[in-house]
Design a protein around this ligand. Structure first.
Ligand code: NAD
Length: 500
C-alpha cells in the first residue's frame, strides 16, 4: 500500500494532494508523497472565530454525550488503523509497527476519554459556616490550540483532542509542517465520526496547516484559551511567554535528555534491552529516547562491550521491511545536527563507536545513520543538549549519590530510569530525593509511556502533563461555589453589617 492507497482506503481523494504550496516528502527515500495548501493569517482567523462559536454549543452539551463523539472517533481509528499507521510510517519514517502503535495509542486515549466523560468530578468541601455547602465545579475552558511535533505526528493530537472534546472544548490543530498529510487524514476520520454523531457544531475540530509565523497568530489570540504545544525547548521559549503575556494557559511538552542508571546489582539482560530500545528505537527521535547512560564502574568493562556488540547487530533500513529496527532520520537537517553533535563530543574528549551516514547508495534521498555510542569521562557541554538523533553518551559512576547528581544535572527533566535490584536504590530513585524528572522508572527504560499515566516533564521540558491520571483538569476551568441554604448571612472574618 503506497500513500495514495492509504488515503483512498480512508476515503480521501489523492487528487486533493496534487496541488499546494507545501511539498511533503518521505524520509524513507525522499520521494514526494503529496502537496498541501497552507492556511493564511486570514483563513486561520476565520477558523478561530468558527471554533469560538462551536464552543457556545459544545460547552452546554452534556459531557457523556460529548463522550459518544469520542467513542465514534475511536471506532473510525480502529477501522482505519492499518492505513493511518502505514501513512505515519511513510510520512515520518518510523517503523511500521511503531506507526501502528501510534494509532493504537490514539484508540486507547479515546477509550480513556469516553470513560472520563462520566467522571469529570469536582469535590464537595466542608464549609466552616452553618447552613452552607461548598463545592468545586469543572467547566469547559474554551478553544484549545494544539501544536504538535513531527515525531508523534498523530498521537499527540489524540492525547489532547480526546480529552479536550469530552471536557467541552473545540480544538484547532497545527501539525508539524513535516507531517501534514497524516493530520489531514486524521481530521477526515474525525469528520466521519462527527457525521455519524450528528450533533457536533461546525468547526469543533479544525486544522491549521502553517508555519510558525502564521501559527504565532493562534498563540497570541485571546480566543484560544489553552495552547498545548509539543516540540523543542526553543519553540517553548517563544510560545510559553507569548501565551503568558495574554494570561492564557499552556501545556508545554518540550525536549528531554533522558538517562538510564545501571547499578551493580542490575539484571544486565533487562538493562541491555531497555537501553537498546530507548537509545536506537525510532532512530533516537522520541522525546523519551535514552540519551545518557550512567554505568557503575564495577560493571562498566563487562557491560559496555556487550552493548557495543548489540549495537553492531541492529538492522538499519526501510522501516516498512520486517526485521528492521532503525529507520531513517526525518531529514538532512537532523543528520547535520547529529554530525555536529558528534564533532563537538569528539572535541570534548568523547570516544565514538558508530555514527555516520549509511545506505546512501540504496536511498540517496533518505538519511540513514549508524547509531552512535560516545564514551565520555564526564558530562561535558554537549551532553547537556538534546540532539534529536541516536547518540548515546556513556559515563561511569562510583557512588549512587554521584549517579543521581549526574542524572539530575541537565536542564531537561522528562524521563529517567534505573536498573537495579537494590530496593533502597529503587525507592530513593523514585522519591523526592531522587530523579527530578516527570517520569522515573525502575527496571524499564526511559522510552515511551502508557496513556493511563500523566505524561510530561519538569525544568526545560516545560512542566505540562497530558493523557491520563488527572491531566484532564488542564482542559477545564474550576469554579468554587458556596450555597447558603440557611436564613442567616454569616460574613467572613466575623464582620457584622447592621442592616436595620
Ligand atoms: P519543533 O520545535 O521544531 O516543532 C514543533 C512544532 O512547533 C511544529 O509544529 C512547529 O511548526 C511548531 N513551532 C515551532 N516554532 C514555533 C513558534 N515560534 N510558534 C508556533 N509554532 C512553532 O520540534 P520538532 O523538531 O518537530 O520535534 C522534536 C522536538 O519535540 C524534540 O525537542 C522533542 O523532544 C520534542 N518532543 C517533546 C515531546 C514531549 O512530550 N515532551 C513529545 C514529542 C516531541
Amino acid at each position: 500500500m503506497n500513500a495514495n492507497d492509504c488515503l483512498k482506503s480512508m476515503g480521501l481523494d489523492p487528487k486533493n494532494f496534487e496541488k499546494g504550496d507545501l511539498t511533503v516528502t518521505s524520509p524513507i527515500d525522499g520521494a514526494v508523497i503529496g502537496k498541501v495548501r497552507q492556511d493564511t493569517a486570514a483563513t486561520l482567523d476565520k477558523k478561530i472565530a468558527v471554533a469560538a462559536k462551536a464552543f457556545e454549543q459544545w460547552k452546554v452539551t452534556p459531557a457523556p454525550v460529548r463522550g459518544e463523539l469520542v467513542r465514534l472517533l475511536g471506532e473510525q481509528l480502529r477501522t482505519h488503523k492499518d492505513a493511518l499507521g502505514r501513512l505515519v510510517t511513510l510520512e515520518n519514517g518510523k517503523l511500521l509497527q511503531e506507526g501502528l502503535g501510534e494509532v493504537q495509542e490514539m484508540i486507547d486515549i479515546c477509550d480513556f476519554a469516553v470513560g472520563l466523560s462520566r467522571q469529570l468530578y469536582g469535590l464537595t468541601i466542608a464549609s466552616e459556616r452553618p447552613g452552607h455547602a461548598m463545592r468545586e465545579n469543572w467547566h469547559p475552558l474554551g478553544v484549545v490550540g494544539v501544536i504538535s511535533a513531527f515525531n508523534f505526528p498523530v498521537a499527540v493530537w489524540a492525547w489532547n483532542a480526546a480529552l479536550a472534546l469530552v471536557c467541552g472544548d473545540p480544538v484547532i490543530w497545527k501539525p508539524s509542517d513535516k507531517t501534514p498529510i497524516t493530520a489531514i487524514a486524521t481530521q477526515h476520520l474525525f469528520e466521519s465520526a462527527a457525521k455519524k454523531f450528528g450533533q457536533a457544531p461546525q468547526g469543533l475540530s479544525q486544522l491549521a496547516i502553517c508555519g510558525r509565523e502564521i501559527a504565532s497568530a493562534m498563540v497570541e489570540d485571546p480566543r484560544v484559551k489553552l495552547i498545548s504545544a509539543t516540540g523543542s525547548t526553543a519553540m517553548g521559549r517563544i510560545v510559553g511567554p507569548a501565551v503568558a503575556r495574554r494570561f492564557g494557559s499552556t501545556i508545554l511538552e518540550l525536549g528531554g535528555n533522558n538517562a538510564i542508571i545501571v547499578a551493580p546489582s542490575a539484571d544486565l539482560n533487562l538493562a541491555l534491552g531497555g537501553i537498546l530500545f530507548g537509545a536506537v528505537g525510532t532512530c533516537g527521535q522520541r522525546c523519551t529516547s535514552t540519551r545518557r547512560l550512567l554505568v557503575h564502574k564495577d560493571i562498566y568493562d563487562k557491560f559496555i562491550p556487550r552493548l557495543k556488540k548489540a549495537y553492531a547487530s541492529i538492522m538499519i533500513g526501510n522501516p516498512l521491511e520486517d526485521g528492521v529496527l532503525v529507520g531513517p532520520l526525518i531529514d538532512e537537517g537532523a543528520f547535520n545536527d547529529m554530525e555536529a553533535a558528534l564533532k563537538a563530543a569528539k572535541a570534548e574528549g568523547g570516544k565514538i563507536t558508530g555514527g555516520g551516514r549509511t545506505l546512501q547508495n540504496e536511498y540517496p534521498g533518505g538519511y540513514y545513520v549508524q547509531p552512535a555510542i560516545v564514551e565520555m569521562s564526564e558530562q561535558t557541554a554537549i551532553v547537556h543538549d538534546e540532539t534529536f538523533a541516536p547518540i548515546l553518551y556513556v559515563m561511569k559512576y562510583k557512588s549512587f549519590d554521584q549517579a543521581l547528581a549526574m542524572q539530575n544535572a541537565v536542564p531537561q527533566g522528562l524521563s529517567s530510569a534505573i536498573f537495579t535490584n537494590d530496593v533502597r536504590e529503587a525507592e530513593r530513585f523514585t522519591s523526592a530525593a531522587g530523579s527530578d524528572c516527570g517520569i522515573a522508572n525502575v527496571n524499564i527504560g526511559t522510552s515511551g509511556a502508557e496513556i493511563g499515566g500523566a505524561f510530561g516533564g519538569e525544568k526545560e521540558t516545560g512542566g505540562g502533563r497530558e493523557a491520563g491520571s488527572d491531566s484532564w483538569k488542564a482542559y477545564m476551568r474550576r469554579s468554587t461555589s458556596t450555597v447558603n441554604y440557611s436564613s442567616d448571612l454569616p460574613l467572613a472574618q466575623g464582620i457584622k453589617f447592621d442592616l436595620d
